[in-house]
Each structure stands twice: as C-alpha cells, then as structure tokens.
Ligand binder design. Sequence first.
Ligand code: 26W
Length: 820
Amino acid sequence: MMQTQTKVPTFDKAAFQASVEQHLLVTYAQTPATATSRHWYLAMSRALADISTGNLIETEQQLSDQSCRSVNYLSLEFLIGRLTGNNLISLGLYEQVSGAMAALGQNLTDLLEEERDPALGNGGLGRLAACFMDSLAAQEFPAVGYGLHYEYGLFRQSFDHGRQMEAPDAWRGQEGYPWEVLRPELNQKVGLYGHVEVYTDDAGAERRRWVPGMQVDGNAWDLPIIGYQNNSVYPLRLWECRAPAPFDLALFNDGDYIAAQQAAIQAGSVTKVLYPNDNHEQGKTLRLMQQYFHCACSVADILRRHLAAGHAIEDLAKLETIQLNDTHPTIAIPELMRILLDEHFMSWDDAWSVCNSVFAYTNHTLLPEALETWSESLIANLLPRHLEIIFEINHRFMDLVEAKWPGNDEVKRKLSVIQEGNQRMVRMANLCVIGGYAVNGVAALHSELVKRDLFPEFDALYPGKLQNVTNGVTPRRWLKFCNPALSALIDEKIGTDWPAKLEQLSSLADFADDAEFQHAFMAVKKANKQRLADWVADNMGITLNTDAIFDVQIKRLHEYKRQHLNLVHILSLYHRLLNDPKFDMQPRVFIFAAKAAPGYALAKDIIFAINKVADKVNNDSRLAGKLKVVFIPDYRVSLAEIIIPAADVSEQISTAGKEASGTGNMKLALNGALTVGTMDGANVEIREEVGDDNIFIFGLLVDEVMELVQTGYQPTRYYESDSLLKASLDLLLGDTFTPGEPDALAGIRHNLLEGGDPYLVLADFADYVTAQERIDHAYRDKAGWARKAILNTALVGKFSSDRSIRDYVENIWQLKAVKR
Ligand code: 26W
C-alpha cells in the first residue's frame, strides 16, 4: 500500500546504547551487572528524553523567532499516562529501540511495564487535556500546556473484602520521573494573602496595588509532548510549589520566625496532592491556593515569553490565547487584569479588551454540584486585590445587563458573578463567560443544553459566543499503541497514514462484509480478550472464557454514570438463570473498573456491592459459567490500554443530559466495541456516525427525563409493576451476596426506592434489559456481529482529537500550523 514519507530522526544504534549505559552508570549508579529492569527502563527513557529535550528547546526557539501565535492550555489536570511507549511511536523509533535494547539483553515490552502511570488527573477532563496536547503537537499548532506538578497523583485503589481502600500515589518514584526536566530559569514567585495598598504615583494619580502577606516559589518542570513523526516537541509545563527560604518569609511576617516556618510548611503543601473529586466541588482553601498558584505561574510565564520575544503588552491577544479547561483556572482572568492594571498601568478599558480577547472557556459539566463557587470571604483573605477586580468586572457587567434588560432584577441576580445569600459566593462560570471571547461545550447535545438551560441569557447577550467543539481522543495512543494487532491489520488494508488522518478508516467499511476480513478482525479481538484474561488471571486469580461477550464499563464511579443500573441488570440475569428454566443467554463477562471519590459514600457502596455480587456469581456452579463479574482494581490509563482493545460491548448508560460528552465511548467504538447507551453526550454523535444498526440505544431522552422529574417521578411505581425489577432489587436485601452480614447492600436499594432514585435507574431499567437482549441475540450471529464491530472502527474517524483541535483552531483560537 501507499505510504507517505515521514520525517524521522536518523537513529544511531551504538550511540543510543552508549547513552543508555551512561545513564545507567551516571544517573542511576548501576552497571549492567547490577541493574534491574526498572533501572534499564529509567536509563532508556532518560536517553530518549535527551533526544526530545533538544527538540523541545529548538521548537521553542523557532516559535519565538517566528512570532507564532500560540494557544496556552490551562488545566489543573493532565492525565497523560505512561509516556515511554507512546513517545517511541511518536519518535518513530519503536522498532529500532526494541532492537537496540534486545542487543543489551533487555526486552522492550517488559521495560515499558516498569513505568508508573503519571496520574495527574481524575478522569475525562484530565485525559482530554492529554489527548489535546498530543493532537496539537501532531498537527504542529503552537501550544504550551500548563498544569501542576503534584507530588502525589490520583490515589491508588485496592479492595479490602470488596471495599475501596486508598493509598498515596508517588508517581515519580524515588529516582524521579525520567521524562521530566527542571527549568530553573523559568521559576516564578507567587504572592498570597496580605492587603491592598493605595498610593499616589509620580504623576499624582491614585493607584492600588497588592502587598502580599507571603510569597512562594513556583518551579517549572517540563514534560515533552512529542509530535507524531514530525520532530516538533511542545512543553507540558507543570508548576511545583516550594516554600521560599525562611529568610524571605521572616521579612514578610514581621520577624515572627515560628509563624514564618508555619507558613512555609503550608506553602510547601500547595502542590502535594491532586484533589480526588470528579464532578464535585468542596470549597477548600488549599484547593483555591492550588488554582491561584497554577494561574499566577502560568500567566507570568506567558507574559515572560511574550515580552522576551520583543512584543508590546498591548499586543498580547494577537500572539497568545488562553484556553481555560473548565472553571478551575478562572482566577487567571483577574490575575491578568491585575498585572495589566497595577504593573503595566493600563487603563481599565484597555486591560479589559486584552483579557476579553485572550481567554476562552470550556464547560465540561452541567451538574450543579460541580459548578464552582468560592466564598467571597475566602477570596478576600487569600487574594484581596483579585476580589476588588472581580467586583469591578461585575459592576460594569451589571450596567450591560441593565442596558439590555432595564429594571429586571431577576435577570441581574441570575447573571451576576456574585451569588447573594447569607454567605456571598463568586460564581466562576459566570466570570468565565463574561471575561472571555468564546465558551464551548464538549458535544453537540451538551453545547445545546449549555445554551438552552445553563446560560440562555448569556447566549442572548453575547450571540455566537457559546459554541460547540465535540471531544475526541488521540488515535496514536488509543488505537496504534494500545492495539498493535488491529493496527497492523488496518495498515495491511488501507496503508499507514490513518493515525494522522483518522477519517481514512472509513474505507475499512468496504470490507465489513468480507468474510476473510471479518475473521481476521475477530481473531484480533479474541487475542486482545486473551491478553486481558491473562492479566485478570495473573492479578486477580479469576479465569475468564474468551468466547463470552466482554461487556465493559470503565469510568469514574458516579451515580449519574449509573454503574448501579448495570448492577441491577446483572442481578436480573442472575435471577433469571436461577429461576426461569426457559431463560438462556450468551456467556457474558461484565468488566468494571472505576475509582470513587474517597468521600463519596454511595459510590463506594456501589463498588462494594459489585465486588460482593462478583464473589458470589463467579463461584456459583449453577450458572454454568454463563455469568462472570470482574471489578478490576486501580483503574488507570495503562489498564484502559489493555481493557479497551478487548471489549465487545461498551456501556455508556448515563441518565440523559448528565454526561457532557464521554470519551471512553469513542475509544471503545474505535477498537470495535458496540455501544449500549443512552441518548446522552457524544453517544448521540456516535450513533449518527455508525448508524442505528450498529449501536444499541435505549432509555429516556433528555426532555423526557426533565418532564418525568417535573411531574413527580415515583420509582416505587416501576418497582411495584415490574416483577423482574422487583426480584432483582430484592436480591440486595438479606445476605445472598454478603453471608453473615444481612442487608449490607440494602443502602443502594434504599437510595433507589425511598431515596427517590435521583438518576432514574428504575425508569430506564426495562428498556435497558431489552437493549441487552438485543445484544445477546446479535452476538449469536458471528458474521453479523463482526460486521457491526468493523463498522464501528471504520465509522468513528470523526472522534479523533486531531479533528477536535482543528475545530478549536478554526472556530476559536485562529492558529496557523508551524512546520519544523
Ligand atoms: C471542582 C470539582 C470538579 C472536578 C472535576 C468538577 C468538575 C470536574 C470535571 C469537569 C469532571 C469531568 O471530568 N468532566 C468530564 O469531562 C469530559 C471531557 O470533556 C467529558 O467527556 C465528560 O462527559 C465529563 O464528565
């Protein structure tokens, strides 16, 4: 097949081997005789990082010299996953390095397993940021990612008698992470606390400035984002907070030495740990410190680059745009205003017009408990000058609202950045919409709901500001790297350009009915199922039948994602297998993986329940192996890379209107899994692409959900009138699954009945069961299933994050690609 010429650096095997051995000795104090696999992995990765650091510096220089417009992607989370294997693919060096290491007596696949996942994110939002960085570099759209260098990433999860336990995640290990490079010349100083000083400048004008109560250091760590076979390398710049030397602190604290040490200890903990909440906001002071620290370092670094390249501050928006990944970095808006006003002495209007054309904001959720608000008093204490600026922004905005809707106090109350009440709160999303030039949702349906339900007045006030950019995933990690067998098969059929041009997969549709291709495709699926089954056998001691349907639900544990709907369906299968002699089903393995926020009791109860049901079902000989349930512990990117290629069925079963997009749904479909899903998030667009015959849609639509809730949803009605549902839920009573511990699972049933079932599990149950029966029947037709699976892979090219990034570039950021 045709192949285009790719730019790959020439590889000098002997020099590379020498570099690895040099790192082994000099960086890790090992000889080939003493080195473990881990040492070899570290030394090899350092040797590779040496190559990419050179390219990083050269790319930076080129972009600065050529005055290229760039995007700054600000995110509190980048869930990058392991870098070494993926970077080898991007560098185009996988085969060569494999050979070079083999000659040193080392197996590359084993070495790659030594890498710990950098888990600097919770879930979808953090992983999206990682895919976007990959796609920016792949297409050479100038970009810098700005995040935090957490000492501990997302907690490690284990199960103790079925219950989630959390342990700290020291992702860098004792030796440090081999891909990161410290950039001391980029360090920043960040103020906190203190007061606002009014003074008279030389021209006699009254001015205001912030006098911080203390200062902390921001150290910059760069991780290389390596463009796919193009030699461009962009920085993912992660800030680490360090307490400054006590001497400085003592000054700031009026000589109170002990208090200064206390403050230093507090400052040292700002970037200690990633907050483990997903879609739930808690309002903790340390979290606001993290957010401000992140924004202060990043905005200062953006301005440093801009000014160092010789540009005027007034021209900032010509060269830089700042994308806010959800509201977590919102404080960057008043921070930039503060710098423009108080340090560059710009007028309010000039400063505001710069801000207004620099910032854009992505909304990732409509859940009210996830929309960030910060108490006014907390901000007043930590960031007094920023609060003044927020008030001024709001004051001027209220004039705009008054002009549009004269005398309408209700709309003012609704749109105001300040939420009134006994504790006044600052609404970060409102500040983002007012302070930026674009706002986007993350899937077509979600963006419509942002306009219709969340921000209708903003949409009227600023026509065109509210947009959609449908999410995507990087095909390099989520197909080429994680599914090498399928990738090789695709290469054979359509050539090797698809990882950078995923639309090309559509020509695979021509082979959907080709029996030979169907066999090859399903043989790959089977081998991937075996790889997962081996992992489960080795790590969990559970044997899986690879002829069974592998049915996968992998995502954070949350009520709105409805892992408990899946559970109640499993209970219904258990009930039918034991009580209905006429009932038959295709053998099925239900695979779960999910972390619950440590403070989310019901989510943890659902994990416990699934584990307990698994214990019982997996060992019940009456089921003749038809039903297995596996909850894989410690879900993370590297596990997703094993599970996704092995999936037959992808569970995307959120209550309609609640899942903004989903991205696991895209990865699973890309790897040939069939979706069972609601009309929610990007499922809607997946259905549009693959067609109704190749997806199993069920459940209430968004408007039906809303109407049912408004007219008074009564879950007990469903319970009373559906005997299968009743029998299934009642299995949660007693001690069927928790011998000696009766009613240990009853809390979930209670939540669904007396608790009102806030996510309408019972309302969707019957239709879900029907969809699952359709899956069961479809799987019996081997050729029919193969056809559907192939068409899923073939028809989801739209969901490449390369396309998402092009949408951002064309509709929001207005960047030009810069080739190296
Ligand atoms: C402040 C607490 C908090 C923490 C994280 C609130 C909200 C979040 C995130 C916005 C949650 C999140 O990851 N949202 C997910 O974003 C994905 C990428 O756009 C979407 O695909 C998911 O549907 C959405 O749940």
